[in-house]
Ligand binder design. Structure first.
Ligand SMILES: [Zn+2]
Length: 710
C-alpha cells in the first residue's frame, strides 16, 4: 500500500517537497537554499528572509478527519481510500490498568507510529498548507522571471523564502495558524529560525517584534550549518567536522588498532561524515584541503612512520590488490560531477533558472566551449564556480570524445531569465552514415529548429566538434551517471578511481619509454595514441599488440634472469648484449637489421623517404613524416612486423622480408573487414592499400593480385 501511495503522491505533491518520495533528496533542498542566498547576495535591492519552520511533534498531531478530507481532495477514492479509512478512523486501544483491561478507548489523533504509510500521509496533509502558501500572493517569494520560489520542504522541515518580509511574514504565520486549527499542526515559534538578507537593523527589529520570531546568525538545516553568507559554509561545516574527525583519530591512536583496523576505522567513521558534506555542499576550491586531509589520514595509517605503500595504491580496489582506503578528493569530485548532471540533462528548469539567474550562455557552452573563461562572473557563484572547476579537471576523463548528450542548441543560446524550448542534443541531431556521423538534413530537422539560420549555426559548431570526433557509443559517464538512477556516487567514484589508479601505471610506462627514446613524449600524444591511433583497425589483435608494446608486456631476458635468478641476461638474438625491453625490440644488432629491411621496403612502397623513428615503428606514434594518406597502411605494415617478432620471441630467429610481405597480404583481409564493419567509404580500402598493391605486382612480377569482393 505504501509503495502504491508513494507513486501516487509523487504526482500529486509539488516538487518542492523532497521528503520520503522517490527521486527526491536532501541535497536538492540544501542546494536550493544556497542558490537563494547567492541570488540575494547579488540582488542587494531585495530585502528577504528565510524562515526555517519548526512544527511541534508534527507527526503526532495530525487530525484523522482532516487527513481523510485531504485525501478526498487530491482525488484518492474507492477501495484505496476505504482501506486507509479503516486503519485510521476506528482505532481503539485497550489499556491495562491494575491488570484489568479497560473498555476500548478511541484514538483520534496522530499517524500510527512505525507504519510505512504515516510519513506519506503526513506529507499529504502538509501539502494543503504548502499549497495555501503558494497561492497567497501577500506572501511573496523570491522571483526570477516568471518563476517564484517560496516554499521548500523535506518532510516536516519547511523553509519559506519571503521577499519583503515585513509584509509577508505575518500573513504566512496566520495561514499556519488557520491550518493548525484544522489539522493539528502547531508552529513552535521559539524553535523556528530566521535568516535575513539585505535587511537593515531597523527593519529587522520591526520584523522580530511583529512576528514574534527571532533572527539567527546561523541555522542548522538538514544537517548543514547555513548563514546569510555562503562563504562561511567551508568553515562552519568542513572545518568543524574535520576537527571532530581529527579528535577521533587521536583517540583511536591510543587504542593500538592494527594497520588494517586503522584503515577500516577511516572507512567506517571518517568517510561517511565527509561524504555527507560532499554531497550537500560541493563548495571547495582548489586541492589544498584534500592534500591536508590525506596527509593526516596517511599519518594515522602509518602511525607517524614512513609510509611503506603509496597512498594511491592503498586507495585501489580490493580486487586489484588495493586496500580500498577512501580517496577523499575523488569522492568530492564524484559528488560534484553528480551535481553537474543537472546542467547536462537540463530537465530541472526550476533549479537551473535559480542557479543560473545571471549566466549569459546556455549551460553546455560553459561545460564544453570554455565560456567560463570569458564570463568570469559565472565562477563567482559559490556552487557554479566549484562545480565548473571540478568539471574542467575531470572533463577529459569522463568524456574523451564529443558526448552524445551535448546540445549545440544550448551552446548557441543567449541565456534569458527562464529556460524555454527543447535543447536538442547530438543524439537527436546526428545520424550515422558510411562516412561516420553527420547532421541530419534540414528537412528532417526543420520541426525541431527555429529555421535555416539555426541549422547553419549548428552545422558550424558540428564542423568544429567533428575534429574531436563523436564516439560510436554513449560514454560510461552518460550511461551510468546521466541516465543512471541509483548509486550514482559510488559509480562515479569507481570511474574516477579506475582512471586515477590507471594513471599511475601509465606514468610509469611513459617514463620508461622516455628513457629509451631519449626524449619524453607529451601526455597529449599518448592520449592521442590510445584514443585515436590505436583504432586504425577493427581487429582486436592489433590493438592488443599496441597495448602490449605500450605497457611493455613482453618478458625480456633481463626480467627472466631476475625472476628465476639465473643470472643469464643475454639477448636471444645476438647472444652478445644484455636483453632489456628496448634492446629486444630495437637496438639489438640483429633486430636492427630486420627493421632496416622493413624501412627500406616501406620507402619503396611509399616512394619517399622519412626518418626512422622507434616511436613510429614500435608504438604506432606517427606524425607528419608519413603522409596522411599512408598512415593507415603504415600502421598495418609496422604491426605486421611486430607480430612477426613477437611470434619468434624467446628464439634466435629473425623474420624475413618475404614473411613480412605475406603477413601484410594476410592482413589485407582485416582491412577489408574493418571497412565493412565500420561502413567506411567503398574506396577507403583501395586508397589505403593501392601503393602496396602496385609494389607487390612489381616485386612478384606480372602476377595480378586480386582482392576479394569488397
Ligand atoms: Zn641482441
Amino acid at each position: 500500500m505504501a509503495s502504491r501511495l508513494k507513486k501516487y503522491l509523487n504526482r500529486a505533491i509539488h516538487k518542492d517537497q523532497a521528503g520520503f518520495l522517490p527521486g527526491r533528496q536532501i541535497k536538492d533542498n540544501v542546494r536550493h537554499i544556497i542558490n537563494i542566498i547567492e541570488y540575494l547576495d547579488l540582488r542587494i535591492d531585495i530585502p528577504a528572509a528565510l524562515v526555517f519552520i519548526d512544527a511541534e511533534k508534527a507527526f503526532d498531531n495530525v487530525s484523522w478527519h482532516f487527513l481523510i478530507k485531504c485525501m478526498e481532495k487530491v482525488g484518492i477514492r474507492g477501495p484505496f481510500l476505504e482501506a486507509i479509512k479503516s486503519i485510521y478512523s476506528e482505532q481503539r486501544a485497550k489499556v491495562i490498568i491494575n491488570s484489568n483491561l479497560t473498555n476500548p478507548l478511541k484514538i483520534t489523533k496522530g499517524t500510527r507510529q512505525g507504519c510505512p504509510l504515516s510519513p506519506l500521509l503526513f506529507i499529504l496533509v502538509l501539502e494543503t498548507l504548502l499549497n495555501k502558501i503558494r497561492e497567497t500572493s501577500e506572501v511573496r517569494g523570491i522571483r526570477i522571471g516568471t518563476k517564484e520560489y517560496k516554499v521548500k520542504a523535506y518532510a516536516d522541515d519547511l523553509v519559506v523564502s519571503i521577499e519583503d518580509p515585513a509584509k509577508g511574514i505575518n500573513t504566512m504565520l496566520e495561514l499556519m495558524e488557520t491550518f493548525g486549527r484544522l489539522s493539528g499542526f502547531k508552529l513552535n515559534k521559539s524553535k523556528t529560525k530566521m535568516l535575513i538578507k539585505n535587511v537593515d537593523e531597523q527593519l529587522k527589529n520591526k520584523i522580530e517584534l511583529e512576528s514574534g520570531l527571532t533572527v539567527s546568525k546561523k541555522v542548522k538545516y538538514l544537517g548543514i550549518w547555513i548563514t546569510p553568507k555562503n562563504i562561511n559554509l567551508v568553515e562552519d561545516n568542513y572545518n568543524r567536522i574535520w576537527k571532530e574527525c581529527k579528535r577521533d583519530l587521536d583517540s583511536w591512536n591510543r587504542l593500538q588498532l592494527s594497520w588494517e583496523g586503522r584503515m577500516a576505522a577511516i572507512k567506517m567513521s571518517i568517510l561517511p561524515r565527509m561524504i555527507f558534506l560532499f554531497q550537500n555542499i560541493p563548495v571547495i576550491r582548489g586541492t589544498t584541503m584534500f592534500k591536508d586531509w590525506q596527509r593526516t589520514l596517511s599519518r594515522f595509517i602509518w602511525q607517524g612512520k614512513r609510509a611503506r605503500i603509496k597512498y594511491k595504491l592503498l586507495t585501489d580496489r580490493r580486487d586489484r590488490g588495493g586496500f580500498a582506503v577512501p580517496n577523499l578528493q575523488l569522492y568530492y569530485e564524484a559528488s560534484c560531477l553528480c551535481w553537474t548532471k543537472e546542467w547536462i540533462s537540463l530537465d530541472n528548469t526550476d533549479l537551473l533558472d535559480l542557479e543560473g539567474f545571471n549566466i549569459r550562455h546556455g549551460w553546455h557552452a560553459y561545460l564544453w566551449q570554455d565560456k567560463g573563461k570569458v564570463h568570469k562572473g559565472f565562477s563567482n557563484h559559490i556552487i557554479r564556480g566549484a562545480l565548473l572547476e571540478v568539471w574542467n579537471r575531470c572533463k577529459r576523463l569522463v568524456e574523451k570524445d564529443i558526448p552524445w548528450w551535448l546540445s549545440p542548441v544550448d551552446i548557441l543560446i543567449t541565456k534569458k531569465l527562464n529556460m524555454e524550448g527543447k535543447r536538442w542534443t547530438y543524439a537527436d541531431l546526428l545520424r550515422r552514415s558510411d562516412k561516420g556521423w553527420e547532421i541530419k538534413t534540414y528537412e528532417e530537422l526543420k520541426d525541431k529548429l527555429s529555421g535555416w539560420l539555426q541549422y547553419h549555426q549548428i552545422n558550424a559548431i558540428w564542423r568544429e566538434h567533428k575534429k574531436t570526433g563523436m564516439s560510436k557509443n554513449k560514454s560510461k559517464f552518460q550511461l551510468e551517471i546521466i541516465e543512471g538512477k541509483s548509486k550514482l556516487l559510488t559509480k562515479m567514484y569507481n570511474q574516477l578511481l579506475d582512471w586515477d589508479t590507471m594513471d599511475e601505471e601509465i606514468k610509469d610506462v611513459m617514463i620508461k619509454w622516455a628513457i629509451d627514446l631519449g626524449h619524453p613524449i607529451e601526455y597529449e600524444r599518448w592520449t592521442k595514441l590510445w584514443t585515436k591511433d590505436m583504432k586504425f583497425s577493427a581487429c582486436v589483435r592489433f590493438r592488443e599488440n599496441m597495448e602490449k608494446m605500450m605497457y611493455r608486456w613482453y618478458i625480456t631476458p633481463m626480467k627472466l634472469a631476475k625472476m628465476y635468478r639465473t643470472g643469464d641476461k643475454t639477448c636471444w638474438k645476438c647472444r652478445k648484449k644484455e636483453g632489456d625491453f628496448f634492446h629486444m625490440w630495437w637496438s639489438c644488432e640483429e633486430i636492427k637489421k630486420f627493421w632496416g629491411l622493413v624501412y627500406d621496403e616501406l620507402k619503396k612502397i611509399l616512394k619517399y623517404t622519412f626518418p626512422k623513428k622507434p616511436e613510429a615503428f614500435l608504438l604506432g606514434m606517427i606524425g607528419e613524416e608519413i603522409n596522411k594518406d599512408d598512415q593507415i597502411f603504415f600502421q598495418y605494415a609496422t604491426v605486421s612486423a611486430r607480430i612477426l617478432l613477437a611470434q619468434s620471441w624467446k628464439t634466435s630467429y629473425i623474420p624475413t622480408i618475404s614473411e613480412w610481405q605475406n603477413k601484410l597480404i594476410e592482413y589485407m583481409d582485416t582491412a577489408i573487414m574493418t571497412q565493412k564493419i565500420r561502413q567506411q567509404r567503398n574506396n577507403k580500402f583501395i586508397n589505403d592499400w593501392n601503393k602496396f598493391l602496385s609494389y607487390m605486382e612489381l616485386t612478384l612480377g606480372n602476377v595480378k593480385i586480386t582482392v576479394g569482393t569488397i
